[in-house]
Design a binder for this molecule. Structure first.
Ligand code: PMP
Length: 410
């Protein structure tokens, strides 16, 4: 029991503690979290998580980088730093962004404590309660939480296996006059889908014509297994001055470093920096300097290519057995990279209900329903394919097949 759980006797002159803010109770946690709590058991083959495979963390390389900054420049590494971020890291991030086709200076970048913080900062800087935010359908869960905390009116933009439908976006923008569109155009969480170039151009055109911000969140884009890289929406005409590009080292270096960034036009970036001062003053100096050191001493792209090669094998192992594991008539999206496969069971299946039974077979997935801002499709689910070896994935799929046969028939 923690201190806050300790029952405080009321009566005898003691009043109850004040209530939580309405937003804290309104947003709440996820009921699925409770069901998934059992997946922590080691015998469970867990397709539910969203964790990078830890065996590919470059522990030695990261340790050497920390060692160098802590012994070489301890006075700087352990000191307070600027809110915008360490210049060496901002320069490295700007260089990587420019090398991928989006001209960027160090000053254009704000280092954040994971890209998750960038979402919170943007919500603080941009959203008044009641403002409309457009999101993808389905959408990254923790983005929905951020926008809910901000009191936004969240409206889902319909799409298909290739991402949001620009014509539907155009219509919704006309109807709701939203502040922003939040999108993960490449290897989306949760669907794994990637928005093709023509649709990116169309989204940029809509934003330019109507005047809304595009928040382009790209934590997975580097994890491409096949096909051609599609340019960021931020590079298309119309989007240049109204796109906020979010990046992260979580999926390519290590999520425990909590290092992300946002690239935004000056006025919005400055507002985010003020919001960041209030949130945490700055992202840990030692982590920033170590990451910059790591980038200087190592070939991150070569490392990511090795990781992507292994993830590709894991995706292939999942796709090879999925047809036999899921009920007949199921369909799924084949991702060209990233970490997730999204499946739809035939109508009538409820993946949240099914999960209770499936978990008793020591295998787990995430039901799709919580990822929807609008009416959920209860027959959907997300599978993360990167955390298990191909052999474990094969075994997990056998269990899933047995579980679905048992659960659906019983
Ligand atoms: N955006 C998306 C789409 C994500 O999937 C995640 C993490 N799962 C994040 C942002 C946050 O990542 P981080 O804070 O670790 O950079």
């Amino acid at each position: 029991m923690t201190v806050t759980d300790t029952p405080v006797p009321t009566g005898q002159g003691r009043a109850p503690a004040p209530a939580l803010a309405a937003r804290a109770t309104a947003v709440g946690g996820s009921p699925i979290r409770d069901i998934l709590a059992v997946t922590a058991r080691p015998e469970v083959i867990n397709f539910a998580g969203g964790l990078p495979a830890p065996e590919f963390f470059d522990g030695a390389g990261v340790a050497a980088a920390f060692q160098q900054v802590l012994t070489g420049t301890p006075g700087t590494a352990l000191q307070y730093s600027t809110t915008e971020g360490e210049p060496t890291l901002r320069t490295a991030i700007a260089g990587r962004t420019a090398a991928r086709g989006l001209p960027t200076d160090a000053d254009d970048v704000l280092v954040t404590t994971g890209s998750q913080q960038a979402l919170s900062l943007l919500a603080t800087a941009l959203i008044e309660p009641g403002d409309t935010v457009l999101v993808e359908e389905p959408c990254y869960l923790a983005a929905l939480q951020v926008f809910s905390f901000a009191g936004a009116n969240i409206v889902a933009v319909p799409g298909d296996d290739e991402g949001i439908d620009p014509a539907a976006l155009d219509a919704l923008v006309g109807l709701h006059r939203p502040k922003l569109l939040y999108t993960v155009p490449t290897f989306q969480n949760p669907t794994g889908r990637t928005l093709p170039a023509e649709r990116r151009a169309a989204v940029a055109e809509v934003a330019g014509r109507h005047g809304l911000w595009i928040v382009e969140d790209d934590p997975y884009g580097e994890l491409r297994f096949e096909g051609e890289r599609v340019p960021w929406i931020a590079t298309y005409p119309g989007a240049e001055d109204r796109t906020v590009l979010l990046g992260s080292f979580s999926k390519v270096m290590a999520p425990g470093l909590r290092l992300g960034w946002l690239r935004a036009p000056a006025a919005l970036r400055r507002a985010c920096a003020v919001a960041k001062q209030a949130a945490d003053l700055h992202t840990p100096t030692v982590n920033q300097l170590a990451a910059a050191r790591y980038l200087a001493d190592n070939d991150l792209d070569a490392h990511v290519a090795r990781v992507a090669g292994a993830y590709r094998e894991r995706r292939d192992a999942l796709l090879a057995g999925l047809g036999d594991a899921l009920p007949a008539g199921s369909r799924w999206i084949r991702p060209e990279g990233g970490m997730f496969v999204w499946a739809s069971l035939p109508a009538g299946h409820d993946t949240t209900e099914l999960l209770r039974k499936v978990i008793t077979y020591d295998v787990a997935y995430v039901p799709g329903a919580p990822f929807y801002a609008g009416a959920p499709d209860s027959a959907t689910l997300r599978l993360c394919f990167v955390t298990q070896t191909p052999e474990e994935i094969g075994e997990g799929l056998r269990r899933l097949g047995t579980a679905f046969t048992g659960a659906v028939l019983s």
